[in-house]
Design a protein around this ligand. Structure first.
Ligand SMILES: [Zn+2]
Length: 302
């Protein structure tokens, strides 16, 4: 693949559907503006639930075909987001969905959770070498909410950036997905009296396993024009997100803002100019000096 776009964005996600739920608006937003968007998914999501009764037999404990099926869902989601460069880390099926923390699936020989860090990171470095992304998005050290594959995706992405540094192909900026506490609090208020309150039993935003103080947020990407593409991408993951999901209920109640605005903390690189009380960037490429693709000869020692 010859990549000529001046802006190149790399996303490292754990399972098919994480890209759409967590960063779908950002991906569609940048893809629509000519940025080369590369999605790396680390597993096939073999251990996911199945919300389509007619496909229940694909489950890991049955035919164990869910992973292969989810390749097609992910391809459809990428089409909705306008993203054509999608890869599985090490190739499809190299790493297996580890399942939730503490389950026996964590010990499967191919479980991503057990992957050798440098080996897995090396596979990502190969992609960095080819794509030369200026910006990378992944999860925080807790994997946003604690799933072992999300934690491992974080470790692999950060290690790859470290390994790629001396070659000059590490991303200049690294972002972690985040939800500001103020946004969580607003969501909790809005749902307080709803019968299908996804926050039922939660007293305060601080009690949730995610949520970042607003002053630690670095970027707010207003991709409301990509909100519809994000929702369409999520709907492509029909085995994982039923049509009755509260996510769609929230989307119809809050509209563009809920689907189309995504937030990030900056984990590496220099923050660009921003605005508002906390100086939030509105562009992940803000402050980056040159966005030209280096000639292959200047690509550094290998
Ligand atoms: Zn996931």
């Amino acid at each position: 693949m010859t990549i000529t776009a001046r802006q190149r964005l790399l996303l490292v996600h754990a399972h098919p559907d994480d890209e759409s739920i967590g960063t779908g608006a950002t991906m569609a937003y940048y893809a629509a503006r000519g940025t080369h968007v590369t999605l790396v998914t680390c597993t096939l999501g073999e251990e996911g639930e199945i919300h389509l009764p007619e496909l229940a037999g694909l489950a890991a404990a049955e035919a164990d075909q869910l992973g292969g099926y989810r390749i097609t869902e992910l391809a459809a989601a990428c089409r909705e987001m306008g993203v054509s460069d999608h890869r599985f880390l090490g190739g499809a099926g190299r790493y297996r969905d580890s399942g939730m923390m503490g389950l026996p699936t964590n010990d499967h020989p191919r479980a991503f959770w057990r992957a050798d860090l440098d080996e897995a990171a090396g596979r990502l470095v190969e992609i960095m070498r080819e794509v030369r992304p200026q910006v990378m998005i992944t999860y925080d050290p807790q994997g946003f909410y604690g799933h072992p594959d999300h934690i491992q995706a974080h470790r692999v992405a950060m290690r790859a950036a470290e390994l790629a540094g001396p070659e000059g192909c590490a991303p200049a900026k690294i972002y972690w997905t985040a939800l500001p506490r103020s946004v969580l609090a607003a969501g909790m208020d809005a749902f307080a009296d709803a019968s299908d309150n996804p926050f039922a039993g939660v007293e305060a935003p601080e009690d949730l396993p995610f949520g970042t103080p607003d002053d630690q947020i670095a970027a707010r990407i207003d991709a409301t024009d990509a909100g519809a593409a994000k929702e369409a991408a999520m709907r492509a993951h029909a085995t994982q997100i039923p049509d009755s999901s509260w996510l769609y209920v929230v989307a119809s109640n809050f509209g563009a803002e809920f689907m189309g605005v995504e937030y990030y903390t900056l984990a590496a690189g220099r923050r660009g100019p921003g605005a508002g009380r906390y100086g939030w960037e509105s562009d992940l490429f803000a402050g980056l000096p040159s966005q030209d693709v280096p000639a292959p000869a200047a690509a550094g020692a290998r």
